[in-house]
Design a binder for this molecule. Structure first.
Ligand code: ADP
Ligand code: MG
Length: 257
């Protein structure tokens, strides 16, 4: 059975895209077949996996709005994962889909088309709670919420959970919150720990372990077109994402039985 996870948080810069690329590469290392879907018009995931969106003639936009076969668009990346890439054209998808019946289900339809080929589908959501994020949550079995533990401004989490609640009511009753993934984590400071504990308690959320340490190595990976697992194999950041991936595999297995 395929496990589809949405990685969502309407706040930008919390490491959604970094987490999708790194967890994807880590799952591939574990022998899992992985599809990553770039649902952000900024196409950062696509770019960070070594693909220039400007070189693409078809992208996830065509799949979502024009019915193009996803297999014609999916690309194999050097990190051992497959990618359904985005381009800036996706910015139009929100508007194009807004008047369409069934728009919440467009991502789900795509996932169902290809899921026999994959053990995992990871959806990289844009920094908003618009049509694309709702469609991702509608397609997903679980949602992971990356959260940077630098600031106390986590009010957005409540809004995201309201959206999750609506999605459960209207389009995907089975959606589970798999928890918050602490990112940009500086374990040396009490501040990071306090932020994390406050959030987990306030919203009664599980914390996906281990926290991803803040390290400069992450800045170098996207420019190389590879995830940190390739550019900095033994770094603490890469190691943390490997542990997260292993824990996700365990969790997916546990839930299956
Ligand atoms: P989002 O997709 O939520 O907007 P990104 O994954 O694009 O966030 O990350 C935002 C920035 O933070 C990027 O420049 C990325 O390289 C950097 N970053 C991500 N994770 C870490 C980390 N653990 N330590 C240091 N920098 C990080
Ligand atoms: Mg992003």
């Amino acid at each position: 059975m395929t496990t589809t996870l949405a990685v969502a948080n309407q706040k930008g810069g919390v490491a959604k895209t970094t987490s999708v690329a790194s967890i994807g590469a880590a799952l591939a290392e574990l022998g899992q077949r992985v599809l990553l879907v770039d649902l952000d018009p900024q196409a950062c995931l696509t770019f960070s996996l070594g693909i220039d969106p400007e070189d693409l003639e078809v992208s996830v936009h065509h799949v979502l709005t024009k019915g193009t076969d996803p297999r014609e668009v999916i690309i194999e990346t050097e990190d051992g994962v497959h990618l359904l890439p985005a381009t800036i054209e996706l910015a139009r998808a929100e508007a194009d889909l807004l008047t369409r019946t069934g728009r919440e289900h467009v991502v789900k339809m795509v996932v169902e088309d290809v899921e026999d080929d994959y053990d995992w589908v990871l959806l990289d959501c844009p920094p908003s709670l618009g049509v694309l994020t709702v469609a991702a949550l509608t397609a997903a079995r679980g949602v992971l919420i990356p959260l940077q533990c630098e600031t106390l401004s986590h009010r957005g989490v409540g809004q995201l959970l309201d959206t999750v609640h609506d999605v459960r009511r209207f389009t995907n009753r089975k959606l589970e919150v798999w928890g918050v993934l602490p990112t940009l984590y500086d374990g040396r400071t009490n501040h990071s720990r306090t932020v994390l504990e406050t959030i987990a308690e306030t919203y009664e959320l599980e914390v996906v372990e281990p926290p991803i340490p803040k390290t400069i190595k992450f800045a170098e990976a996207p420019a190389a077109g590879r995830s940190i697992l390739a550019t900095s194999r033994t770094s603490k950041g890469a190691q943390a994402y490997r542990e997260v991936a292993a824990n996700l595999v365990t969790r997916a297995g546990r839930k299956k039985r």
